[in-house]
Ligand binder design. Structure first.
Ligand code: F6R
Length: 621
């Protein structure tokens, strides 16, 4: 949510052109927000800024028509609007009234109204409707009191701000430095050769350096081409842990695909394999990453709560079936944004599993912090190494899916399910709920899944054709039972966010309690059919549900395993998936639904990778 880039290079080095570095970084961060974009450069002891509503292409077009000064220090921002609409005026950077300080911001400054008032009383004229602009004026006001020390000014201002913020500032009088402050929203430093970067995400600078430092909570960083100084908000030196980013620039490129989403759908077999890789030790026992929870503590767990949002929440819903089945521990799955507002029952024997692709989703972060305060142990299932959730958890299981750039989550979903299953099996192992050979059998089933997902990908052409055929539909319903229910929810979410179409997922048994009234002639209903060889009662029941909707005019699209002929008489379209045990089925049944939504959005002429009103990493509550 909002992409931030800062760059500082060495004067005289031609390749150290701040504008190019900042704009290329912004392009890579555009998935974080695309309501407006802007840059500020420090050149000849002046600030030079340009900003435009809309996508980065608008900014680039505006830059094209101008003589931009040569500069080796600059900042840039791509916005997901919170306070104030997506206009040129509200775009970042915001500049102080004396035109000396420019600031970019990600997050929400909650006490901005009183700060605006205070500034107004001192005669400052605010030119935007944003919460962010106050920071520029406040820093400019403090600078003379601290001998022009930009880092100290930012520390003092940060101490006054409430809410979540990453701020990056430049000062016209200090062309050799950029300064950043971080509370709750991500900020990472990239250390290059005689140049350095500051960004909300490593994707911004991965083509220039893989050496990075993740900033901690309430820290301020002063970045020069020659080095980096980090302190806390009080000015005390802070320890930093540099790390090397283990993926390369190509992973954040489209790699020959038209869309990031298509690439990420295609990457799923490899992503699932990578989530599993290295998790089974030579002795056949499971080993998880960064495990700071002892087996004795795992044995004491009496309740599990999964907290997550959106697609990750759906992954949690799937995992619940497996975790309860394997461990016999009650498992609740809670929308992270609701969790801490309902006085949940959490104690030291509660294991909270926070599931998140980005590791930065504010709702999930706040839920897990709350759970920790109540004494719970928190395990993060996360895709982004170095992000906030893993750092603040007692244990981490990385999904290793590689960067997910398309706003709609695909490979994250499959790998989150696999990771949550590994946690379930680990618990079953240490608590002795299952015999070793039972666990091994499930591991082997999981190891089969990359091949099965591959088989599904080989056969999705028919799904594409169907999506094009249904592109004018006004509503699509999805039904499933057991693990097929969260798959139905996920299919509906994908369609809503990408095709801007009314879509809803239901537990098939619930239809008759109300939603069946939505069925009228020709309404497409997508049915996730459980495996035939699974629980017979489940299969038979949903077969009846298909007939119920068909009798009322629905156009039925049935996802069923190869060889399940029982569905054919009641299906207008059958989408085949390979036979798979029930608990593994979401890993194959979701894939056609991802393809369906992607193709539907394309057929409707929509921007699949950057759907309207959304952003990839939701760092506000
Ligand atoms: C949907 C989607 C979102 C995210 C949700 C959580 O396609 O991408 O619903 O799943 O915002 O994000 P993370 O997993 O980063 O916490």
């Amino acid at each position: 949510m909002c992409g931030i880039v800062g760059y500082v290079g060495t004067p005289g080095v031609r390749s150290h052109n701040a504008l190019e570095m900042v704009v290329s970084g912004l392009r890579r961060l555009e998935y974080r927000g695309y309501d407006s974009a802007g840059v500020a450069l420090v050149a000849d002891a002046q600030l030079w800024t340009e900003k435009r509503a809309g996508k980065i292409s608008n900014l680039v077009e505006a830059l094209g028509g101008q003589e931009v000064p040569v500069s080796h220090t600059g900042i840039g921002h791509t916005r997901w609007a919170t306070h104030g609409g997506p206009t040129d005026r509200n775009a970042h950077p915001h500049v102080s009234s004396d035109s000396r300080v420019a600031i970019i911001h990600n997050g929400i400054i909650e006490n901005f109204a009183e700060l605006r008032e205070e500034l107004r009383e001192t005669g400052v004229v605010l030119t935007s409707e944003t919460d962010s602009e106050v920071a520029a004026h406040l820093v400019a006001a403090v600078l003379p009191e601290v001998d022009g020390d930009l880092a100290e000014a930012l520390r003092q201002v940060s101490r006054r701000l409430e809410g979540a913020f990453t701020l990056v500032a430049v000062d016209a009088d200090r062309p050799d430095v950029i300064v950043g402050a971080r509370r709750n929203s991500p900020l990472v430093v990239g250390i290059g050769e005689n140049e350095a970067f500051l960004a909300s995400d490593v994707a911004a600078f991965i083509e220039h350096t893989r050496e990075a430092i993740e900033l901690g909570q309430d820290q301020v960083v002063e970045v020069r081409a020659t080095g980096v100084t980090v302190t806390d908000f009080a000015g005390n030196p802070a320890e930093v842990t540099p790390y090397t980013i283990d993926w390369d620039a190509a992973a954040a490129e489209k790699g020959g695909y038209d869309l990031f989403m298509l690439k990420e759908i295609a990457e799923q077999p490899r992503a699932v394999a990578d989530t599993l890789r290295g998790r089974v030790g030579r002795d056949g026992r499971l080993a998880l990453d960064d495990m700071r929870i002892s087996d004795a503590e795992f044995r004491e767990v009496r309740k599990i709560i999964v907290v997550a949002c959106g697609t990750a929440f759906h992954a949690g819903l799937v995992a619940k079936y497996a975790i309860e089945h394997w461990t016999r521990i009650p498992c609740e799955v809670e929308l992270a944004s609701e969790f801490r507002y309902r006085d949940p029952i959490v104690d030291a024997r509660t294991l909270v599993i926070a599931v998140s692709q980005s590791g930065e989703t504010m709702d999930t972060l706040m839920a897990m912090r709350y759970a920790r305060e109540q004494g719970a142990r928190v395990l993060a299932i996360c895709n982004t190494v170095g992000s906030t959730m893993p750092r603040e958890s007692d244990a981490v299981l990385y999904t290793n899916a590689g960067p997910e750039i398309a706003v709609a989550s695909t490979k994250a979903f499959l790998t989150q399910i696999v990771a949550a299953y590994l946690v379930g099996l680990y618990l079953a192992q240490v608590r002795g709920n299952m015999f070793g050979d039972e666990i091994r059998a499930i591991e082997r089933e999981l190891e089969e899944m990359p091949n099965r997902v591959d088989l599904v990908l080989d056969t999705v052409e028919g799904v594409r054709a169907l999506a094009r055929e249904l592109a004018d539909a006004t509503s699509v319903l999805f039904i499933g039972r057991h693990v097929g229910f969260p798959v139905a929810l996920e299919g509906a979410l994908k369609l809503k966010e990408l095709a801007y179409m009314h879509a809803e997922g239901f537990a098939a048994g619930e239809l008759k309690h109300g939603p069946i009234a939505l069925i009228e002639d020709g309404v497409p209903v997508v049915v996730v059919m459980p495996p035939k060889g699974g629980r017979q009662s489940l299969h038979g029941k949903i077969l009846s549900n298909i007939q119920e909707v068909r009798a009322r005019g629905a156009r039925t699209i049935v996802i069923a395993e190869e060889g399940d002929e029982s569905v054919v008489p009641f299906a207008d379209h059958v989408i085949r998936i390979p036979p798979t045990p029930t608990l593994m089925q979401p890993l194959v049944a979701t894939v056609p639904l991802q393809v369906f939504a992607c193709e539907m959005a394309t057929a409707r002429g929509l921007d699949v990778d950057q759907p309207r009103n959304l952003a990839k990493s939701v760092t506000v509550e």
